[in-house]
Structures are given as structure tokens and as C-alpha cells.
Design a protein around this ligand. Structure first.
Ligand SMILES: O=C(O)c1ccccc1NCC(=O)[C@H](O)[C@H](O)COP(=O)(O)O
Length: 242
């Protein structure tokens, strides 16, 4: 098992643009231009992963499917694809981009039988996003309650889910620091790797998340902090190198 925290710079796409949201709320977008340019910039800076999100698909306001596929296919690095992957058709389209894995959110809450089926079929290519306010999961672009974090986690563990992407929505896009307690609590009840998401603001935040690697935290998504130039990706990669 790797002892170095993986970093996944984020490219969240809304209406064809790379954006950042606050608390994942529609209407709070700050635009950062071309998603392809952003993704290529993270790749040039040494990223080994890209976290690529179709926000329109997540919110149900359309999709950026062609653009997302173009970005994913242009990458030489691993891609984690998220947003609106909820049935056989959207899963097939996502996997056809050549991405390394997909991140399911709403489907894990609304169609658990389908999620159990695709976990069995695709194994490590499927991660589940556990997006929470407190300990309540949120689906449909984080707009609707979807049950208890720990009950859902126990169910997904029993179904063989390979990995979880854990987001504290209250922290997401706020530069207020990650919810380390949430990450510790999730790691305490599952032996599956956890990818942290939401709130990273500084290199010290990344060092603090790195300290959770022995507990099961495998990686950290970084969005706003990179776009706001709180630090560079090169500095972040150096900070977590062991
Ligand atoms: O991932 C989703 O499906 C999603 C749905 C609705 C709103 C936001 C969504 N994702 C946001 C992210 O994955 C962010 O890129 C990530 O949490 C980074 O957060 P931050 O470092 O705080 O900018």
C-alpha cells in the first residue's frame, strides 16, 4: 500500500467551463475558463490523477458529456470521473472515456441494487461518493437528503465497494480546511481506502490529511485552493512526498 497521499486536482465543469462552487451550491460558480486547459495544466504540473466532475449532469441541468470525454481522453494520467453516473447508459459512457474509475453518488442512495450489481461487475473501477452534511448523505447534486452515512457505508462495504470519496459539503469550496474528524470516523468503520474531498486550503491541510494515510486515507481532492493559487500543485506534491 502506498504511504504517500495521492493528490487529485479537480476540474468541475458547468456549462462548458471549469468552475468552483461554494458548498456545491448551484449559482455560486466562479469560472476558471477551459476545462481542457485546466486539466492539461494539472497534468503538466505533475499530477498523477485528475478528478473530473460533470456538474450539470449531477444537478440534472443537462450535461457536458462530449467535453468531459474530450478532456478524459486527452489525459495521460489517471482520471476519476464524477457527476450524474446513475444507470447502465451513463456508466457505459463514462467508462468509454477510458477513465480509471467512476464515482457514483446519487445512485448509491436511490438505486442500491444497481450499484451492488455494478460493484460486482466492475470492482475497482467503481468508487462511491459519500457526500455528507453532518452524517446525512446528500444526492442529486447534493440537493436532497439520502440517508445515514454509516448505515450506507456498512451496506456498501458488505457489497464489496472498493473505495469511498468522502466530502463534507459544509467545507467544500470554502477554503476552511478539511473535516479531519469525519475522515477519521469513516476510516474507523471501513477497511476500504478513502479519498478526502472538500475544504483543503493550505499545504498544512495536506500534511494533516497525509497523517491519516496509515488509517486508510489514500488521496485528497484539491479544488479551490489550486484555482485561488493558495499554493501550486508542485508545492502540494512536494509537501505530501514521503
Ligand atoms: O462530485 C460531484 O458529483 C459533485 C456534485 C455536486 C456538487 C459538487 C460535486 N463535486 C465537487 C467536487 O468534487 C470538488 O471538486 C471537490 O470536493 C473539491 O473541493 P474543494 O477543494 O473544497 O474546492
Amino acid at each position: 500500500m502506498s504511504r504517500t497521499l495521492e493528490l487529485l486536482p479537480a476540474v468541475d465543469v458547468r456549462d462548458g467551463q471549469a468552475v468552483r462552487l461554494v458548498h456545491g451550491e448551484s449559482g455560486t460558480e466562479t469560472s476558471y475558463g477551459s476545462p481542457l486547459e485546466a486539466a492539461l495544466a494539472w497534468q503538466r504540473s505533475g499530477a498523477e490523477w485528475l478528478h473530473l466532475v460533470d456538474l450539470d449532469a449531477a444537478f440534472g441541468t443537462g450535461d457536458n458529456r462530449a467535453l468531459i470525454a474530450e478532456v478524459a481522453r486527452a489525459m495521460d494520467i489517471k482520471v476519476e470521473l464524477s457527476g450524474g453516473i446513475r444507470d447502465d447508459e451513463t456508466l457505459a459512457a463514462a467508462l468509454a472515456t477510458g477513465c480509471t474509475r467512476v464515482n457514483l453518488g446519487t445512485a448509491a442512495l436511490e438505486t442500491p441494487e444497481w450499484v451492488a450489481k455494478v460493484i460486482a461487475e466492475h470492482g475497482d473501477q467503481i468508487a462511491v461518493g459519500l457526500d455528507v452534511r453532518g452524517t446525512t448523505l446528500r444526492g442529486r447534486g447534493w440537493t436532497r437528503d439520502g440517508g445515514d452515512l454509516y448505515e450506507t457505508l456498512a451496506r456498501l462495504d458488505s457489497e464489496g465497494c472498493a473505495r469511498y470519496v468522502v466530502t463534507d459539503i459544509a467545507k467544500d469550496g470554502t477554503l476552511q480546511g478539511p473535516n479531519l474528524e469525519l475522515l477519521r470516523n469513516v476510516c474507523a468503520v471501513t477497511d476500504r481506502p478513502v479519498v478526502a474531498s472538500g475544504g483543503v486550503s493550505s499545504l498544512d491541510d495536506l500534511r494533516a490529511i497525509s497523517e491519516l494515510v496509515p488509517l486508510g486515507v489514500e488521496g485528497s481532492i484539491v479544488g479551490k485552493a489550486l484555482y485561488a493559487k493558495a499554493f501550486t500543485l508542485e508545492e502540494a506534491l512536494a509537501a505530501v512526498a514521503s
